[in-house]
Structures are given as C-alpha cells and as structure tokens.
Ligand binder design. Structure first.
Ligand SMILES: [Zn+2]
Length: 300
C-alpha cells in the first residue's frame, strides 16, 4: 500500500507514511505504558492487543514489548521520539507471543540490543512459520521476519539505563516456556508480561503448576505496581494477582478431579467450551486451557 495519497477522496484507503504515535500513560516517573485493546487473535485490531511501553533512564531507553505488528512498533517508536531524545539501547521481550514481539522489526538499529529469556530465541524459531502464515499483514516484511534476541537472560540480569537499573528475571515455565519479568528499581514497578492477566482470561501456553508457583512466589523485590501484559496499564500489587490466582487454582482443582474420575480430555474440553468462567472478557481460550491443563495433570 502506498505511503502517500494523491487523490484526497481515497485517503481512507491509504496507509499513512508515518504511523501516528501511540497513546501512553506515565504510570510512574519515566515509566510509560500503552494500553493494548481487549481483542481476540482473529480480530483485525490484534496488532495492538497487549500492553507495551518503555522506561527512560539518564543515558538511554528500554522498550518493553513491541506490540503485535510492525505498525504498532513503529507507532511506539514515534511516541518514544516525541517523549525523549535519548537513544533506545534495549528492546526487551517478555515472551514469544505475537502480540508482544511482532513490532520488534521497527526497532532494528545500530546500538540497540534485543533482550529475552534464554529460551526466547528457540520459542521464536518454533513460531516463525506460524507467524509467517497467520500474521503476514502484521509482519509487513519478508516472511518470518521476526527479530530474535541478541542478549539472553538465564537467571537474573541487570541493565543500566543511566542511573536507572532494571532487573530482569528469567522465569521457569509458567505462562509460556520463555517468560521474563522486568523490574524498575527506581519506581518499584514490575513489568510482568503475560504472567499477569487482568480483565481478559489468562491464556495457558506453558505450565499451570509452574504459573501458580510463580504467583505464590513472585520476585522478592518491594513492588508498588505491576504493568500486566493485558488489562489496565498499571495495577496495585499484589491484589493484581487475585482473580488470576482464583481462575488458575480452580482450573487445577477441576482438572485433577476430572482425571481422578477417569474422564476423557475431549469431554473435559467440550464442557469447558460450554461453560466459560464468569467475570472475564474473551473467554474463548478456556477450552484450550482446560486441554493443556489436562495433559499436564494426567501424569501427576
Ligand atoms: Zn502471552
């Protein structure tokens, strides 16, 4: 699609040459978050459906997740440029799901390191074909063009943005097999990625027991607020975990009971499809969560 329109009456059909900046909230001094829309994976707006943002230090900026499309990433970059003149030194991905990584391509530049969990590169490799097939419009580039990490985190790592330290922690299998949390020491803000879902039903793509273990023993830092992967741009800690803990605990209890009763996975998944949990938006993943939980629990 052209970047310019010559005929004004066709303007609505033309892509803008420069993406409009994304709206961000400064949830704490120097911590900016864009609210991702609550839409499902088949919605046309899926390219902007996760919370993403950036932290500004005295030397440089760290981006935390880049959105589900190159366009969203480009718009975030425009917002950063309108906020600060400092360069972007790090692009951190909290995990490999499309809505957090497909904007990476907008940030490729000299001096910018891409940072992720030690398993992130493998997780992106495993998804490359799927991304190329399902997200060609969002990738908006060569097929499979997903930018991998150049810095891998195994355990805990600190990044210095200039008088501002971020502590990154690679998490054992939980929401996915490559979850990374980012803690801003100056404002005691935890970026959880999708380890915390609020309002929108959690999606299980890793280990149910591992996820509950993280919820029961999250990072030991003093935390004042969390930036969840989905939900409000910031939420009080640890109350932010309450609904998610209740959902995942119930899922584990119900799955264990079903396995004890000798029920079949297909029946459990069908029942989950018919009876989504109350109080959550976008409950369609519930049946898949139930299947995933069943396969994890049946060999306990
Ligand atoms: Zn996710």
């Amino acid at each position: 699609m052209p970047g310019r329109c010559i005929l004004p009456f066709l303007a609505m059909l033309c892509a803008p040459a420069v993406a409009a900046p994304l709206v961000v909230d400064e949830v704490a001094p120097g911590v900016y978050v864009h609210h991702g829309a609550h839409v499902g994976i088949d919605d046309p707006a899926r390219g902007d459906s996760a919370n993403i943002g950036f932290v500004v230090g005295e030397r440089c900026v760290a981006v935390i997740d880049t959105g589900g499309s190159r366009r969203t990433g480009t718009a975030l970059r425009a917002t950063i440029a309108a906020t600060t003149q400092r360069p972007i030194c790090y692009v951190i991905n909290t995990h490999a799901h499309f809505d957090h990584v497909l904007g990476n391509a907008a940030f490729v530049a000299e001096g910018t390191e891409f940072v992720g969990h030690v398993q992130l590169a493998a997780a992106l490799d495993a998804s490359r074909g799927y991304f190329a097939e399902r997200f060609a419009a969002e990738l908006d580039g060569p097929p499979g063009d997903v930018v991998p990490p150049t810095v891998l985190v195994d355990g805990t790592t600190s990044l210095d943005l200039g008088n501002r330290k971020l502590v990154l922690r690679a998490v054992a299998e939980a929401h996915t097999g490559a979850d990374l949390t980012v803690y801003d020491t100056r404002t005691r803000t935890l970026w959880s990625g999708d380890l915390v879902f609020i309002e929108r039903l959690p999606v299980l793509d890793g280990s149910l027991r591992g996820w509950l273990a993280w919820i029961d023993a999250p990072p030991a830092h003093p935390i004042e607020r969390v930036v969840p992967g989905h939900g409000p741009v910031a939420a009080p800690w640890p109350a932010a975990l309450d609904a998610e803990r209740a959902y995942l605990s119930a899922l584990l209890d119900e799955t264990r009971e079903a396995v004890r009763e000798g029920r079949f996975l297909e029946d459990v998944a069908a029942e989950a499809r018919e009876h989504p949990p109350a109080g959550w938006l976008l409950t369609e993943p519930h049946a898949r969560n139930a299947s995933k939980a069943f396969r994890e629990v049946e060999w306990e």
